[in-house]
Design a protein around this ligand. Structure first.
Ligand code: HEM
Length: 500
């Protein structure tokens, strides 16, 4: 080794040493500042509590340590403190009673990168309030307008049944078809029309969503969120993901530009047109949030959040039917009694189908789609349960702790529709059913998702009996990965036609 390289290596080692010292001091400095944070397991410098948890399913670690630290505790993800809220009362006290303080959205680097900080999901404060109010009103208008949402879902359910029927007696993976059907509903609200299942653009859009959720849920995605400045410079699947998003933004922009040319201000036909009308109304206002970047990112937010969530839940539901044939049979008896075989299920039918309603709730409870909700952040320094949580701290409402709380459910850890049935067989409503979150940031798509789950699920079970390619005891119902939101593992199944 020559003298230059030895010298070079020494400099490198000194620089790396200095870098580590700076990080450690930064970390300790923050910890001193945050000394009134709730207690939690001791973190290591730089990595925090990372080595104590399974990075692919951190919520399991949070559930475990809540037994020691109670309902509010702090964990360190890298050098960042994160306050975790566990249990119904604590989550409600935070998200409802002090809703304004807890209403911020944490900086989640993957989300920030794909949305560039714009749109409904990642924003906080005035931007978020404006976009959320607009989106909820517009979803309502286009859902309940000329053609009711119910009719649209019924129509799409017929297409889905037909697509399933084509598989005849062969086993198939229902994933793509369920994504197509669910996605078409939010697509028609946002873009004003449905797409054929084998449309090339549709396939591209769904592949971007698929890659996005897979990455968010992978260990690589978690590491990216903790150390974005390092990961950005390394090779990996995120580069492909960001390239997909760039194309997706172009697609939305093209759609918006086409509409802008023939915009009918009196009668917008979809979410994009309604947004463009508002953009024109607020043109020239320097602080308007109705700008192009917010349009593109909000469209992406609605489209992605409205696709993977509901279709993954339906896939999980169909798998549970294969694992529990006696429950499937009982639902089919209820469908036969209340709906029969000649007409489509309606939303009204749900009132007369307590067992099916209970099963769908139980599918959502046990699936526990988003175990820690989408990360929140504090809008200001806040006193909570005797602690002081500083402005901008990330907060995770551990929805999982409520959905599996043994004090709230008869059988918290098994799939049992009795959890939602009263003694007399009627449906039993409970406040602890929180898969959509709670308070100001609760899911704005809840009404849509619940309608879709009921109409798609009953339409499929009205026509088909589902069975697995595996023996019952080998059916694995646990999801593929779940650091952000759960994704149902892929499977093949048979859909046997009940009648022609
Ligand atoms: C089974 C289906 C669904 C479940 C379980 C679900 C669950 C959730 C949860 C837990 C949150 C985070 C709440 C929080 O931050 O505290 C959320 C947010 C959100 N969901 Fe859903 N969701 C579903 C379907 C949908 C659908 C169909 C849409 C489309 C309209 C949608 C759009 C959104 C949006 C835009 C947000 C962000 C809201 C905000 O930041 O203010 N979701 N959802």
């Amino acid at each position: 080794m020559d003298i230059v390289s030895v010298f070079g290596m020494n400099i490198l080692s000194v620089l790396m040493g200095l870098f580590c010292i700076v990080l450690v001091l930064k970390n300790w400095g923050k910890r001193r500042l945050n000394s009134r944070l709730p207690p939690g397991p001791s973190p290591l410098p730089i990595v925090g509590n990372l080595f104590q948890m399974d990075i692919k399913q951190p919520y399991k670690f949070y559930l475990e340590i809540s037994k020691t630290y109670g309902s509010v505790f702090t964990v360190w993800l890298g050098s960042k403190p994160v306050v975790v809220l566990s249990g119904y009362e604590t989550i409600k006290d935070a998200l409802v009673s002090q809703g304004e303080e807890f209403s911020g959205r944490a900086n989640y680097p993957v989300l920030m990168k794909v949305t560039r900080g714009y749109g409904l999901v990642v924003s906080s404060g005035v931007r978020w309030k404006e976009l959320r109010r607009f989106s909820i009103t517009t979803l309502k208008n286009f859902g309940m307008g000329r053609r009711s949402l119910e009719e649209r879902i019924q129509e799409e359910a017929k297409n889905l049944v037909e697509a399933f029927r084509k598989h005849g007696d062969s086993a198939f993976n229902p994933k793509q078809l369920l994504c197509n059907a669910v996605s078409n509903i939010i697509y028609s609200i946002v873009f004003g029309q449905r797409l054929d299942y084998d449309d090339k653009q549709f396939k591209f859009l769904l592949s971007v969503i698929d890659r996005y959720f897979s990455f968010l849920n992978s260990s690589k995605g978690q590491l990216y969120n903790m150390f974005p400045w390092v990961c950005q410079r390394l090779p990996g699947p995120h580069h492909q993901l960001f390239e997909g998003h760039r194309k997706l933004r172009e697609y939305v922009k093209k759609e918006a530009d086409q509409r802008r040319e023939n915009l009918d201000r009196e009668s917008p036909r979809d979410y994009i047109e309604a947004f463009l009308v508002r953009m024109e109304e607020e043109k020239g206002q320097p602080h308007s949030e109705f700008v192009y970047e917010n349009l593109v990112s909000s469209v992406w937010n609605l489209f992605s959040a409205g696709t993977e969530t509901t279709s993954s839940t339906l896939r999980h539901g169909l798998l549970l039917m294969q694992k529990n044939p006696h429950i499937q049979e009982r639902i089919q008896r209820e469908i036969d009694d209340v709906i029969g075989s000649s007409r489509s299920p309606t939303v009204q039918d749900r009132q007369n189908m307590p067992y099916t309603d209970a099963v769908i709730h139980e599918i959502q409870r046990t699936f526990d789609l988003v175990p820690t909700a989408v990360p929140h952040k504090m809008m200001r320094d806040t006193e909570f349960k005797g602690y002081c949580i500083p402005k901008d701290t990330m907060v995770l409402p551990l929805l999982s702790s409520v959905l599996s709380d043994p004090k709230l459910w008869k059988n918290p850890h098994t799939f049992d529709p009795e959890n939602f049935l009263a003694e007399d067989g009627s449906f039993k409503k409970t406040d602890a059913f929180l898969p959509f979150g709670l308070g100001k940031r609760a899911c704005p798509g809840e009404g849509l998702a619940r309608m879709e789950l009921f109409l798609f699920f009953t339409s499929l079970l009205q026509r088909f009996t589902f069975s697995s390619t595996q023996p019952l005891e080998k059916i694995n119902i646990s999801p593929e990965c779940c650091s952000f939101g759960k994704i149902q593992r892929s499977y093949h199944c048979y859909a046997k036609l009940r009648f022609c």
